[in-house]
Design a protein around this ligand. Structure first.
Ligand code: PMP
Length: 746
């Protein structure tokens, strides 16, 4: 190639010197060293002709700028800004540009002054480019044009790491669904659209060159900053400060509007996501070309940091810095008072100072006051708050069809088949309802219908739901403040503990069960959680359910397992917690995580029981099993599978438990660390008594330090850990080190 270029350059430009190949994205680039200076020779494919003409116009416009940092094309001997040449039977477009002096921005040291100058230069450049003569749109949407970030969604499948894939998918969805519609009517002009750190040169801590106008496009002006920041922030530690500096520089030349700053957070994230998607796609297409992946690692690292920044905080801080807005504060007390006027006042609010939430992403929650919280509590948003696959599934089905089970539709058949396939035989029939309480209520009803008995055996401190039957079966409620006490048909077993030998406990509980039912007229069901949640994250002793199920079945009772808190892979070693006990219940109720926050639940039972319940009275739920719920349920299952979340819960949960046990070794107040996978409990006991106050104050401390936890158990001294399943080891480190910080001060 080089030997063919040399005579051409000589003939067409009267230039002579040494030529060497240099990196390029789409073009073939070479450096020409001559005695009169150095040049870049660019060879572009014929299909780039229109783009090259656009670039020539842009570079021509920038010739008028007082900034001497833009390359201008060297005219050929015939006076053309480019020439068409044939090399080895292929037609190329040849251009020559002076070599700009400086070090690549990518590898230079970066001072505050440099970042401000970078912003300023971009602002000045964009003023120059806002001349309407230049405006040119591409014929085809282009993946690197941020307006078309959504095009990269189809490359998400090529991202191998689930955590990388979902963060990119999340930001692309936020951008296309929420941000893009807000940008209708934004100021547009021609922008460089690719001020990345390999297209910038630096000399004496000032920008000395900006080149490669191949991506220049007519677009919202704020996209210029979104793109530039996406690259400039890679590898930086203080992301907000660097953003402030660059935006300040830009704003000093090209004043920004509030609405433009409001979308900046998402523009930066969208560009990073496009970078990650395109790198994954390029690897799939041409695994050997490393240049295509040059920004991949820093982009993905930055995305994982970015998601921890509260978008509201980001926008407010930048606007404050530019003087576009004044500090505002929500009056939470007034907000709270307003809520209790019109909303059921018996609803409790977590923490002494309530939190007003605005939005969330996976294990992070963003509060109105700008704080980002790490959510260690919400086992409902199982695959992560706002998981894009679930949002997509629910919203698009809502836009298509939402009806009830009195019609035939694919979603119900598909979902019922998929869900029941996750249960061991003979559990194969599903009933769909709207909440865990409703599923539990139905379970009791089925048990009564099938056995002709009414009495239930439940476990102490259990919670099964807020319906009348649910409350009756929940010692956690009927025995606490405002509770009506134990109903006659309810028989309560003691709860196991986590300390007594498993074998002794298991046998003893089977005996307890036998004694408890001795003087009854028969039992409809033994109804228990498979790890006692509200009772204090109590893991059932080995053989516990086996023994009691045997006794229960001996007297014709049905065994109901409440998997509402723990199901769907959370316990790591199994998909359902009953599997840890090596039993198969007759009825399983599932809820909470089933819809990632969408109100749905289900009951799964055997064909035999379902048929016996079919007495002629229809069981119908207006919403249960509707197409939207089914699509959401399908999406949740598919995410668990695709992202290997059960195995992830096992690994991260084991790590969490090990780290907490290390804390236990340090602090005697930690009596016990227990649980499976990402369903853990930390019991605090001080001088032989439940450390209820310390538990409360630890939770408050953690909240003040950005970590959401809750407590439960009969004495409220068990810290409950049940985060969204996207929770990772770095999150574990954060929680454990903050807990350590509190305990060390005790
Ligand atoms: N069973 C258990 C074990 C639960 O934890 C809950 C909710 N806390 C329920 C049943 C009731 O579910 P829902 O709130 O969806 O009605």
């Amino acid at each position: 190639m080089i030997s063919a270029i040399k005579p051409l350059i000589n003939k067409l430009y009267k230039l002579d010197g040494d030529i060497e190949s240099i990196a390029g994205y789409e073009d073939q680039n070479f450096k020409l060293t001559t005695s009169d200076g150095d040049f870049v020779i660019k060879l572009s494919k014929e299909d780039q002709r229109e783009n090259i003409e656009m670039q020539s116009r842009v570079m021509e416009a920038l010739r008028g700028s007082d900034l001497k940092i833009f390359p201008s094309l060297i005219l050929s001997e015939s006076g053309n800004s480019y020439e068409t040449v044939i090399i080895k039977d292929i037609q190329w477009i040849l251009r020559v540009i002076p070599w700009l002096e400086g070090e690549l921005f990518a590898s230079s040291d970066k001072s505050k002054e440099l970042f401000i100058d970078f912003g300023r230069v971009l602002g000045k450049m964009d003023i120059c480019l806002s001349d309407s003569q230049l405006w040119s749109k591409r014929k085809e949407p282009y993946v690197w044009d941020l307006q078309y970030a959504g095009l990269s969604k189809k490359s998400l499948v090529h991202i191998k790491n689930p955590a990388d894939r979902r963060v990119s998918a999340y930001f692309l969805q936020q951008f296309t669904w929420l941000v893009q519609p807000q940008m209708e009517g934004f100021r547009k002009a021609m922008i460089h659209s690719d001020a990345n750190d390999y297209n910038l040169l630096v000399k004496d801590q000032q920008i000395s060159g900006i080149f490669d106008f191949g991506d220049a496009v007519y677009a919202p002006i704020i996209n210029e900053l979104g793109i530039a920041l996406a690259y400039a922030l890679m590898g930086q530690t203080d992301l907000l400060e660097t953003t402030r500096q660059i935006v300040e520089g830009f704003h000093s030349e090209f004043p920004l509007k509030e609405e433009e700053i409001d979308v900046l957070y998402y523009l930066i994230a969208a560009r990073l996501s496009v970078t990650v998607c395109q790198a994954a796609y390029s690897r799939y297409k041409s695994p050997k070309n490393d240049y295509l992946q040059v920004s991949e690692k820093p982009a993905i690292d930055l995305l994982h940091k970015w998601i921890k920044i509260n978008p509201h905080y980001f926008s407010e801080k930048i606007k404050l810095h530019l003087g576009l807005t004044r500090q505002s504060k929500t009056d939470l007390q007034e907000f709270k008072n307003h809520r209790s006027t019109h909303v059921n006042p018996s609803l409790s609010i977590s923490f002494s100072e309530p939190i007003k939430m605005v939005n969330a992403a996976f294990q992070y929650m963003y509060a109105a006051d700008g704080t980002t919280y790490l959510d260690c509590v919400n086992n409902i948003c199982h695959v992560g708050h706002n998981h894009p696959d679930v949002v997509e599934a629910g919203s698009s089905q809502m836009a298509k069809l939402n009806t009830n089970t009195r019609y035939l539709y694919d979603s119900l058949n598909e979902y019922a088949t998929k869900l029941t396939s996750l249960f061991p035989e003979p559990l194969e029939v599903a009933f769909f309802v709207n909440s865990g309480s409703e599923a539990g209520d139905l379970a009791q009803r089925i048990a009564r219908t099938v056995t002709g008995k009414k009495d239930m055996v439940v476990v102490d401190h259990a919670y099964h739901g807020n319906t009348l039957a649910g409350l009756e079966a929940s010692p956690y409620k009927y025995e606490s403040t405002g509770g009506l006490g134990k109903a006659n048909h309810i028989h309560k077993m003691p709860s196991p503990d986590s300390y007594t030998n498993d074998e002794i406990q298991a046998n003893q509980f089977a005996d307890d069960f036998r004694q408890l039912v001795e003087n009854t007229d028969g039992i409809a069901a033994f109804y228990s959680e498979t790890i006692v949640g509200c009772g204090g994250q109590v893991v059932l002793p080995e053989g516990y359910l086996k023994g009691i199920y045997r006794e229960a079945r001996d007297i014709g009772a049905i065994c109901i397992a409440d998997e509402i808190q723990v199901g769907f892979g959370r316990v790591g070693d199994a998909f359902w917690a009953f599997e840890l006990q090596d039993v198969v219940p007759d009825i399983v109720v599932v809820g909470k995580p089933i819809g990632n926050g969408h109100p749905m639940a289900a009951l799964i039972t055997t064909k035999e029981i379902a048929e016996k319940f079919n007495t002629g009275m229809e069981f119908f739920s207006s919403f249960g099993g509707n197409p939207v719920s089914c699509e959401i349920g399908k999406a949740v299952l598919s995410v668990i599978e695709k992202e290997h979340l059960q195995e992830h819960a096992r690994q991260v949960g084991n790590y969490f438990k090990t780290e907490l046990k290390k804390l236990q070794g340090k602090y005697s107040i930690i009596k016990d660390v227990r649980g499976y996978g990402l369903f853990l409990g930390v019991e605090l006991v001080n001088e032989g008594k439940p450390a209820t106050d310390i538990t409360k104050s630890l939770i408050e401390f953690m909240k003040q330090n950005g970590v959401l936890l809750s407590s439960d158990g009969p004495a409220n001294n068990v810290i409950k850990i049940k985060p969204p399943m996207t929770f990772d080891k770095s999150n574990v480190d954060e929680v454990v080190s903050k807990m350590d910080g509190y305990l060390t001060k005790l």
